[in-house]
Design a protein around this ligand. Structure first.
Ligand code: P6P
Length: 335
């Protein structure tokens, strides 16, 4: 049995340039995970954290009280660290510069979706926290700039998520594989439960909101029909599983194999998901586990960001499934 803390220290050698800073950041995120776990698991009992907060977030979406709660806890935990210079969140329009002596001399910036899928909380469906960590590119000793956050996904030094499901798990990568830790509330520790996770090259599950079928590009429609055809040689028809919570759908497909697709549509011409704190971290994890992530045409991690909250289509999961879906997108891109 190995705790997350022991694992982080043990693996510190994997990132010699970090001299423990990354460990400190991951420890903060671990603390936030425990706090959110505690409050999500009694959300139905305390009206002060479920339901709408009565305000909209920068996305124009009704901000759930627990979204705001998770955002504040993540900000508070990270601003307290010597290692973090700034913070970008789905819940805040602009990035937050930790413009103190300590923050200006810190090396890392964090991007996060503090509580993804939060509309599911009121109906007791699993939700998640997503994080993405970069080394800043602006000079140490200065306040961070937007460019520190607009780095392509292949520059991430770490990424991961916490899924608050039937159990709470923290899954992360520092570029040396993917490992999963299950939270034991009786001990208050995350314990290594899924070492060196590898996503199967093939899966038999596809995750997409088929209610938007008529709005999808032809390549997606053709891929969905491919998934539904009988073919014993490739275990089709696949199963459709869509929870409406990216972290939950991704987590199942990571362990069992499968593909998650949120494509462009007439309603979301650039896709719905956010590149910096949804697409990039999930793409980093997928690739580190042997899978793939594309926007239907190009590798997610190669996209050069231009805006903090820019959206992207996302095809992520088992290598062969993402390749097949991307082939359909290429074949029908002009139709
Ligand atoms: P739809 C949650 O709002 C989210 O960002 C993802 O977690 C989830 O996969 C997707 O949007 C659900 O979107 O349009 O299918 O309800």
């Amino acid at each position: 049995m190995k705790t997350l803390g022991e694992f982080i220290v043990e693996k510190q050698a994997d990132y010699p340039n970090a001299k423990g800073e990354l460990s400190g950041i991951l420890s903060s995120i671990r603390l936030v995970a425990k706090i959110i776990h505690r409050d999500i698991n009694k959300a139905g009992l305390t009206n002060d954290i479920i339901g709408n907060s009565g305000v909209e977030n920068v996305q124009g979406e009704a901000q759930m009280k627990l979204d705001a709660f998770a955002h504040e806890k993540m900000k508070a935990a990270l601003i307290a660290r010597d290692e973090v210079a700034g913070f970008g969140s789905e819940e805040e329009e602009n990035f937050v510069s930790f413009d103190t002596e300590r923050g200006r001399n810190a090396k890392y910036v964090i991007l996060t979706d503090p509580l993804d899928g939060s509309s599911n909380i009121d109906v007791n469906v699993a939700v998640g926290t997503i994080f993405s960590i970069y080394r800043r590119i602006s000079p140490i000793g200065t306040a961070v700039t937007l460019d520190d956050f607009l780095q392509p996904g292949h520059k991430q030094v770490a990424a991961g998520y916490i899924v608050y499901g039937s159990s709470t798990m923290l899954v992360y990568t520092t570029g040396n594989g993917v490992n999963g830790f299950t939270y034991d509330p009786s001990l208050g520790v995350f314990i290594l439960s899924h070492e060196n996770i590898r996503i199967p090259a093939n899966g038999s599950c596809y995750s997409i909101n088929e209610g938007n079928y008529l709005k999808f590009p032809m390549g997606v429609k053709k891929y969905l029909k491919y998934c539904q055809e009988e073919d014993d040689n490739s275990n089709r028809p696949y199963t459709s599983r869509y929870i409406g919570s990216l972290v939950s759908d991704f987590h199942r497909n990571l362990l069992k194999g499968g593909i998650y697709i949120y494509p462009t549509s007439t309603h979301y011409p650039s896709g719905k998901l956010r590149l910096l704190y949804e697409g990039n971290p999930m793409a980093f994890l997928a690739e580190q586990a042997g899978g793939l992530a594309s926007d239907g045409y190009r590798r997610i991690l190669d996209i050069e960001p231009t805006e903090l909250h820019q959206r992207t289509p996302l095809f992520v999961g088992s290598k062969n499934m993402v390749e097949k879906a991307t082939d359909f997108m290429a074949e029908y891109q002009d139709s």
